[in-house]
Design a protein around this ligand. Structure first.
Ligand code: NAI
Length: 480
């Protein structure tokens, strides 16, 4: 029986290994992590992450050929293939701070593999890492050479949170990069054989190591760039009376462009896009490619601009002050169908509104009150885009309350801000919400989920990103 061990039981390691275990009954898969709480949660009925369909997959194979453990060294030493799926956040101190990837977790995992291994291993980079990381990892693994052979493969993960299970079952592609030597090709084939249990062969792409590592950064940069492009257009739409949904539709009909990922919004979030672009920028700078670095940096600047613009729109529409006014925040996760709040635009928007002394009542169906409080008090690392990034003062935190549902969040509020596109926000009883709000009642839709005409008929003043402005808003000071 082939044995797989995955180091890192997070958003990637957990679901990815569950899907491998389900599709490969002949393979034993053990997911290990240094976090005892995370592993206990995986071993309980309350999984540590919310992802549609994940519960069902885990239930079918946990205890059969899928295991979660904190006994890292044992399982690493027994495995034939080791996936490393630890976090690779942006460095916050020292050389490259604010841009470069922090490979501390990766390095410590690699050192541990080198220390405990007694047989040859295939080590798979599942985390997103800078191009050329495999070279460094190779050096670490072989530093106390005990005659053990390691083959490093790059197998970046392209799943999207919220649709992870679907993406893993039917990936657009699986990418495997490795050394172009006989042993390297053998390792590539071994990993290919795992995926071939359920992924059609023509969807499994093999490349050299550096192409695979760079492709992941490139894919995320392209995706984020699409969002920043449509968001930049949304500002121009508001200024000219064009409707960004109509523009996206028309643009996306061009088969060279395609219709996906063209929705305007309050901005992108999630743990990857910003981190990976910053990493790309850093790599470009290190290679003397300042123009290329600046090009990609602009994608993040537009994203920050969009969040800022949204806050300014809210404040300027409400007579230039939100001090003491209750604002209902609908959604805090960075996108629907996940409880993940890493880099969610809601953090910056909420901090911006709190900076103007608003009182916030926040509702999200999947994010806990503790998480929201933690996110709003955390001192976010500031590279060179200081928008609303001041840490919250203790008084600032008191301006925040957490609501159990959208109706509680909106009761007596002056405005609602929709910051996550949860489906339930489309079908709320907006008449009831309107009746319980202060007047004039504002809705600021940062995800274009509401029916603008219907809400205007009820009596709301509605702002929806990139849509023709409400006559009320047209008379308010221009938003930069
Ligand atoms: P995560 O933070 O949810 O999980 C990482 C886990 O690794 C944590 O549970 C941590 O305790 C564990 N860990 C860290 N060092 C360890 C060590 N030395 N030994 C054992 N466990 C250790 O991170 P997530 O979101 O799963 O991301 C992992 C990697 O995958 C990152 O490089 C990320 O960029 C990449 N990625 C993430 C995607 C996402 O949607 N979250 C999608 C595609 C790639």
């Amino acid at each position: 029986m082939v044995k797989i061990c995955c180091i890192g039981a997070g958003y990637v390691g957990g679901p990815t290994m569950a899907v491998i275990a389900l599709n490969c009954p002949s393979i034993e898969v053990v997911v290990v992590d240094i976090s005892v709480t995370r592993i206990s949660a995986w071993n309980s009925d309350q999984l540590p992450i919310y992802e549609p369909g994940l519960n069902e997959v885990v239930k079918q194979c946990k205890g059969r050929n899928l295991f979660f453990s904190t006994d890292i060294e044992k399982h690493v030493s027994e495995a034939d293939i080791i996936f490393v799926s630890v976090n690779t956040p942006t460095k916050t101190r020292g050389l490259g701070a604010g841009k470069a990837a922090d490979l501390t977790y990766w390095e410590s995992a690699a050192r541990m593999i080198a220390d405990v291994s007694k047989s040859n291993k295939i080590v798979v980079e599942k985390s997103t890492v800078p191009v050329k990381t495999a070279e460094a990892i190779e050096r670490i693994l072989t530093h106390n050479s005990k005659g053990i052979k390691y083959q490093i493969l790059s197998n970046p993960e392209f799943l999207a949170e919220g649709t992870a299970i679907q993406d893993l079952f039917k990936p657009d592609r699986v990418l495997i990069g490795g050394r172009e030597t006989p042993d390297g090709l053998k390792a590539i084939q071994a990993l290919k054989d795992v995926y071939a249990h359920w992924v059609p062969e023509d969807r499994i792409i093999t490349t050299n190591l550096w192409s695979a590592e760079l492709s992941k950064l490139a894919a995320n940069a392209f995706l984020a760039q699409r969002i920043s492009s449509v968001n930049a257009m949304s500002a121009l739409c508001e200024a000219t009376g064009a409707d960004v949904s109509q523009v996206s539709h028309a643009v996306g009909k061009d088969s060279r462009i395609g219709p996906k990922f063209l929705n305007a919004s309050v901005g992108f979030g999630g743990s990857c896009f910003q981190k990976d672009i910053l990493n790309l920028v850093y790599i470009c700078e290190c290679n003397g490619l300042a123009e290329v670095a600046n090009y990609w940096k602009q994608v993040i600047k537009v994203n920050d601009y969009q969040k800022n613009r949204f806050v300014n729109r809210v404040v300027s529409s409400m007579f230039n002050t939100v001090a003491g006014k209750k604002i209902g925040i609908m959604g805090f996760a960075f996108k629907k169908d996940t409880g993940d709040t890493r880099e969610t635009p809601a953090i910056d928007v909420c901090k911006g509104l709190l900076g103007d002394k608003a009182r916030l009542s926040i509702y999200d169906p999947q994010v806990t009150a503790d998480q929201i409080q933690r996110d709003l008090t955390m001192n976010k690392f500031d590279w060179d885009h200081p928008i609303h990034l001041q840490p919250m003062s203790p008084t600032g935190v008191k301006q925040v309350s957490i609501a159990w549902d959208a109706y509680e969040a909106s009761k007596d509020a002056h405005a609602l801000c929709i910051l996550t596109e949860w489906d339930e926000f489309k079908t709320l009883d907006y008449r009831r919400i309107f009746d319980n709000m202060q007047k004039p009642a504002f809705v600021f839709d940062g995800r274009n989920v509401v029916n603008v005409e219907m809400l205007r008929d009820i009596g709301f003043i509605v702002y929806s990103i990139g849509k023709p402005l409400d006559p009320w808003l047209k008379n308010m000071p221009a938003v930069a």
